[in-house]
Design a protein around this ligand. Sequence first.
Ligand SMILES: Nc1ncnc2c1ncn2[C@@H]1O[C@H](COP(=O)(O)OP(=O)(O)OP(=O)(O)O)[C@@H](O)[C@H]1O
Ligand SMILES: [Mg+2]
Length: 355
Amino acid sequence: MFGFNKSKPIVGLDIGSSAVKAVELKPSGKGYRVVAFAIEPIPPDSIVDGAVIDGTAVADAIRRLFENTAFKSKDVAASLSGNAVIVKKINLPVMTEADLGESIVWEAEQYIPFDVQDVNLDYQILDAGTGENAKGTMDVLLVAAKKEKIADYTGVIARAGRTPVVVDVDAFALQNAYEVNYGIEPGAVIVLLNAGASAINVNIVSGDQSLFTRDISIGGNAYTEAVQKELNLPFDAAEQLKKGLPVDGVTFHDVQPVLHAMTENVLLEVQKTFDFFKATAASDRIDRIVLSGGASRVDGFAQALQERFGSAVVSFDPFRTVSFDPAKFGVTDPENIMATAAVAVGLALRRVGDR
Ligand SMILES: Nc1ncnc2c1ncn2[C@@H]1O[C@H](COP(=O)(O)OP(=O)(O)OP(=O)(O)O)[C@@H](O)[C@H]1O
Ligand SMILES: [Mg+2]
């Protein structure tokens, strides 16, 4: 999305609301190898609902992250999510790519709730409508991102001394990382579900196509806040307990019912998303749910999903084929890194000029 036309390796930088993660890859054999990896926390409330509130805090975190000298490239691919982006599948009369390029702005006006002047547009032809069973129309994936939000993100990257060259969408970066690690499975309907601190990115894919995307605005913070409230604890203590680490006078056993109750709320939102998908997309089947994001590790979450939806639930391993040696990067809990690195890996796979 929204890239310029050059071709060299770039750093995938996932600016999450709880932490920034960066990955740099190098082609190796038939695949890739991680040559640099770093993660750096962001103070709470620096990014709220996908909007950069405290640019200085975010730029500082990015700057600290790049003190790691293993990063060789200054060029960065970042991503947006939440209400900063709109992704819509639209149906148009069959036309040439050149005609589509010219008319897309006009077409977009009918589908996006913002002034087209205020957004950057991109699109991908999903079905050119020229195949054997051509129906006279073509399917196009339209992506619109608010210029103001793009500027927020590219701004903090520039303030940290790096060059933003690609601005992608979390849900697509996730898909990119998935394809590289798991390949493309024609016909299967797979839900990529990335549960972060403030949002859950959902991308339902079939083969190499995205059938449906949505960002649900609930995530790990909701769990921490519930624990804070129920047990009258400060943020840091609640955050620890949530991850199963004991805190003075409180056991994990005390916390579990609070977590499980919040999972019920989260499942309701996921259910709504799946219902909406089934009502609007061509498929009503879900074969597998692939989990990533730190909040997907909440006690009992994967099991609750499996029980509710009856689909197989597996953990997304962004290093399944991308070779990564945790010890080399001072990583002591590879499981945690595995859960949170998927978007950054997907971004690192981007080449400048890609979309
Ligand atoms: N072991 C664990 N158990 C429960 N929650 C965890 C665990 N590890 C991390 N988390 C939670 O995961 C969240 C961070 O995950 P992640 O890094 O994917 O989010 P983010 O990208 O910063 O957020 P977002 O994408 O929503 O802006 C935090 O809420 C954190 O408390
Ligand atoms: Mg995230």
